[in-house]
Design a protein around this ligand. Structure first.
Ligand SMILES: [Zn+2]
Length: 280
């Protein structure tokens, strides 16, 4: 007589269970891999198209984190060019976020804070060479008194007229806005706006918060002063879920391996954002 093992004793073979457990274990990695995310292509199910806003300070040969070497900056622009990024203006960002205006496939905003004279010497010609636009947030009292190390009004005017650079406000004194009285805040916002507008014959619609510090009350005063938007140093990409008075940026620094850090920051943001570590 032949004895067979009843089927119900071993409903699933051990190798199958192991396979199933392994699949469960690798599932989170598969889901968080940039390849499998629509965000890798700059689109998100909730926020729509993603805009990368890079934030630089100095482009110079100084060995400090705030100063990206000109050759490193050029290497980054080359990468952005080769990988299909198109630079937009703050106005195009505003139109896209607030009114659903059109965006190129990989929209990019290149910003510089403080208005260092190396922006004119190195960044401006390199942006022109690679066909990119840039935005410089200037501290108006520094330009007014011809502060050493910062661009002049003549340079600001030349760059603005070229169509390559958009000059916007970084307030009058660069003081921390969370430490100021309301009348000081109003003066910083209104006077810097008016100064640039009169010197360059343009409308100033955007401000970058000095040192990135702001709160909802300050944001309301920015709006009241007639600005359409404000840039923070909050790390992240911009989409329809962004607050136009608290626009995220990706700071780029000089590091031990500036190019690797740049690529990391450019590529890993969608994952962090998706897990809610950035905007929460
Ligand atoms: Zn600054």
């Amino acid at each position: 007589m032949k004895i067979t093992t009843p089927r119900f004793v071993q409903p699933v073979s051990l190798p199958k269970i192991i396979l199933f457990v392994m699949m469960l274990l690798i599932l989170p990695f598969v889901l968080s891999s940039p390849k499998n995310l629509s965000t890798a292509k700059g689109v998100d199910a909730v926020g729509g198209p993603k805009i990368v806003v890079l934030n630089y300070h100095k482009i110079d040969n100084m060995n400090i984190s705030l100063s990206v070497l000109p050759q490193d900056f050029e290497q980054q622009l080359k990468y952005l060019k080769d990988n299909g990024y198109t630079s937009i203006t703050p106005m195009e960002l505003y139109e896209a976020i607030e009114h659903g205006g059109p965006l190129p496939e990989k929209p990019l905003l290149i910003t510089f804070d403080d208005g260092y004279d190396d922006n004119y010497r190195y960044a401006y010609p390199l942006l022109k060479k690679y066909g990119f636009k840039g935005t410089i947030f200037v501290i108006t009292s520094f330009l007014d008194r011809g502060q050493q190390g910062y661009i002049t009004w003549a340079q600001a005017s030349e760059m603005e007229a070229s169509g390559v650079i958009d000059i916007e406000s970084h307030t009058v004194t660069h003081g921390s806005m969370t430490e100021m009285t309301d009348s000081d805040l109003r003066r910083e916002l209104a006077d810097s706006k008016k100064d640039i507008e009169q010197r360059l014959g343009k409308t100033v619609n955007f401000v970058a918060y000095p040192t990135g510090t702001y709160n909802l009350h300050i944001a309301s005063l920015v709006k009241e002063a007639g600005y359409l938007g404000a840039f923070t140093i909050k790390y992240g990409n911009v989409d329809k879920a962004s607050n136009i008075y608290a626009i995220e940026r990706v700071p780029i620094f000089h590091t031990e391996d500036t190019y690797a850090s740049f690529l990391e920051r450019l590529q890993y943001i969608p994952i962090f954002e998706r897990l809610g570590w950035i905007k929460s």
